[in-house]
Design a protein around this ligand. Structure first.
Ligand SMILES: [Zn+2]
Length: 177
């Protein structure tokens, strides 16, 4: 989901269709000035992390999740929620729909140049997959507030882009392709 007002780089001809690796890509945060600490991390060879605190694009903006949600704490989770579907954890479902999560998902796709990291397909139905499984990351989370504070959930280095087909296959095979 493109965020209005945010610039997304177009993929260059040379990169399209190429089975890509993370090397040589245009970083999602190109043009955003980096802090000294981030520069240090980059030179030390660590993986880029999503910006934190004031550097986060959603910093200070009321989002549709967490404590800013007007429905927060109004008992709309579970069966009281009109969107409740049996068998799906309503809290986990809410996390997946929150702006921060969608933003993370967008970053992962941008980072991977909108290319499936398994079959190399560009564009189409792409999904962002948590390398450390989402289910594991939210295991001990009991509220959207806790999810909001869980940096691992929104860590760009913990995400990879797959097309719908490969993602389905991955889930079917139990986590590895
Ligand atoms: Zn694929």
């Amino acid at each position: 989901m493109p965020i209005r007002g945010k610039h997304y780089p177009k993929m260059s001809e040379s990169q399209s269709g190429k089975k890509n690796h993370r090397f040589g890509k245009t970083p999602w945060n190109k043009g955003i000035p980096r802090t000294e600490e981030e520069k240090k991390n980059i030179s030390a060879g660590t993986t880029l992390k999503t910006p934190r605190g004031k550097d986060h694009p959603l910093y200070g903006k009321p989002g549709p999740c967490g404590i800013d949600n007007p429905n927060y704490g109004k008992g709309l989770f579970g069966k009281d929620n009109p969107n409740y579907r049996g068998g799906i954890n309503p809290l986990h479902d809410s996390i997946r729909k929150c702006a921060k999560y969608l933003e993370w998902s967008q970053w992962i796709k941008e980072w991977d140049n909108y290319t499936c990291q398994h079959c190399g397909k560009y564009g189409g139905d792409l999904e962002s997959h948590h390398i450390i499984p989402f289910s594991k990351l939210v295991e001990n989370i009991t509220s959207l507030e806790e999810a909001d504070m869980n940096n691992e959930l929104y860590d760009i280095s913990n995400g990879i882009t797959y097309c719908k087909e490969c993602h389905k296959l991955l889930n079917y095979k139990g986590g590895s392709l």
